[in-house]
Design a protein around this ligand. Structure first.
Ligand code: NAI
Length: 217
């Protein structure tokens, strides 16, 4: 398959395609036209065609898309044909919620370890994974082929930790700490801030109320 330089906007849309196609596949749907996919996903058919054209198309004139094939190809583009071992650092509310989420494994993300500085939490289990002390982190990362660290700790702790993680072979950070991390080239960081999403929601509520004349302010 021919691959061009793909914009982050397109990459950002791929997981949603992947999710819908996975559901269609599970329902036994074998093929789908861009029009049908467009109605299902509420994006224009031309957007879908444009997005897929970045990867050489996938579709056949008059046939539409083969769901299984498209699902697998998008999975490959997203790197989901490989497994990724991850550790969670910070076994508090958020860390535990993430650790308890089973579907990560379905996508090839394997929950290997959990770490915390609080001695009271050491030895507790989250979905069969023991919480370990921070002193064991570096060796664990090296010996267990861990490539992703999930940071669910406060921001000051996150900054201090990042260099150690990188020195021991971490390639990517899924960062929930509210801080921008400075990392060398080649290390991937994905920041997740749930409150950003909530603020977007707030903006859209406010805009809707204004536009529909219901804003009383
Ligand atoms: P929490 O207080 O329940 O858990 C934090 C855990 O991190 C505690 O178990 C604590 O012992 C541990 N910890 C603190 N410093 C550490 C260090 N240096 N090394 C190892 N472990 C350390 O807090 P919660 O609710 O789980 O939130 C965790 C962090 O995530 C907070 O800083 C919060 O601001 C942030 N957060 C981010 C969200 C997002 O959308 N990005 C959403 C919710 C929380």
């Amino acid at each position: 398959m021919e691959e061009k330089e793909i914009s982050q906007a397109v990459i950002g849309r791929l997981p949603r395609y992947f999710r819908y196609l996975g559901e269609l596949r599970d329902e036994g749907v074998e093929r789908i036209s861009s029009q049908e996919l467009s109605e299902l996903m509420k994006v224009t058919a031309s957007q879908i065609r444009q997005d897929f054209n970045n990867f050489g198309g996938f579709g056949q004139q008059g046939y539409g898309y083969n769901v299984e094939y498209l699902y697998r190809e998008i999975g490959k583009i997203l790197g989901l044909d490989h497994t990724h071992n991850f550790v969670i650092i910070g076994a508090g509310n958020l860390g535990r919620a993430l650790g308890n989420y089973i579907n990560f494994e379905r996508r090839g993300f394997i929950f290997r370890g959990m770490f915390d500085m609080n001695p009271e939490l050491i030895g507790e289990e989250v979905r069969g994974v023991k919480v370990r002390p921070m002193e064991e982190l570096e060796q664990f990362v090296r010996e267990n082929d861990i490539d992703i660290a999930v940071l669910t700790i406060p921001k000051t702790s996150a900054v201090e930790l990042v260099d150690k993680l990188i020195q021991n072979g971490i390639r990517a950070i899924w960062n929930f700490a509210h801080v921008d991390l400075n990392v060398p080239e080649g290390i991937q960081v994905e920041n997740v801030h749930l409150s950003d999403s909530l603020m977007k929601l707030s903006y859209n509520i406010t805009r809707y109320l204004k536009e529909s004349g219901q804003d009383t302010n």
